[in-house]
Design a binder for this molecule. Sequence first.
Ligand code: PGA
Length: 409
Amino acid sequence: MRLSDATVKIIFDSRRQETLTAELFSENFSACASIPSGKSRSSFEAFVLAPHRAVEIFNKEVKSELLSKDFLFQEDFDNFLIKLDGTNNKSRLGGNLILSLSLAFARLKAKAEGLELFDYINKLYRGSLHYLPPSFIPKPIFNVINGGAHAKNKLEFQEFQIIPQHSSFKDGFEAARKFYKELGENLNKEFGKEEISLGDEGGYSTPFRSNDEAFQELKQISSKFFWRTGSFSFHLSCDAAANSFFIKSENKYKINEEKFSPEELYLYHEHLIHKYSLIALEDPFCENAFSDFSKINKQKGVYIIADDLTSTNPSRLKMAINSASADALIIKPNQIGSLSETLEVARLAHKSGWQLIVSHRSGETEDDFIADLAVGLSAWGIKAGAPATPERLSKYHRLLEIEKIISRL
Ligand code: PGA
């Protein structure tokens, strides 16, 4: 496919920070993609180039190269940019610039092939020979209480989540919206309106005194739903994002002014997993704690999810697979910086029997690419924040649309 034009511009994300949006044109179609940004980033993520510098480099060096070539496949396009960058962590062109072009190219190619984006991704992921049309929507993991780096409160854990158990996405989404509303009303009564705000991912931020208190609140509402409907409608889960409360010099974690050794933190997690019947726990330890992850991964009945540990990076993932550090993987395309490499990581995890969870970032745009990515990968779950605020809702609205399309197939 030949491109007839290409632009990269600056827009603002949900934290009102500058980010990139790319638009590619072929003879008959055009397609855009914009890039989110993380706050609780690991040390192994692709380099993020300052947006102004990225636009400059694009106009000076990249654009004419792209317009002079014919790219048959996604991999050709992505590999061309990776080679042009020529560094290990995409520090010359920026992971953000390369990814914006890579995702826009995927949308353009899907249009040219007359495919839904999730179908296009699914074909790339499986290869045409093993093609199986996507038949389900991944479980939405709604982050309804925010802490850690995403909120100004005392909670060390970053995300307190609910996962609806409904068989259709539409019903689960509806139930999550009701849950979220009821949670807001309860918090209003307990803390007063002026004490409540929203964190970066649209979950509530309030002066809870401990992680336990936040889980307690979710458990109470979840039980009310149980009494009303007669079935367990929600599982609880959590992203501890332990990097953000790890004190490297002491090899200790700080929770509620108390310092925990890795062994003590293990016991703390164990207590929470059992008390609140957690179905998943993400980043229970810091980004290099492969063996602490392996120990907690022996717990039955709970998915241990790796994010900062693996950083959507094949070599980090291989280390985690070899040490059996987790059994579920967060997929964040901007941690690695191109669609083709994201798919490579997903394939590797899938082959090793891990579950996949496609994730947004805390600074988001209204781009809904990850909804199609999650469906195209037949992921177990998708993390896109609270069922509120436009940049989170855009992903859920696209999933509603996809559910309708799939049900007609
Ligand atoms: P981050 O967190 O984008 O700030 O790194 C995202 C997440 O894990 O949900």
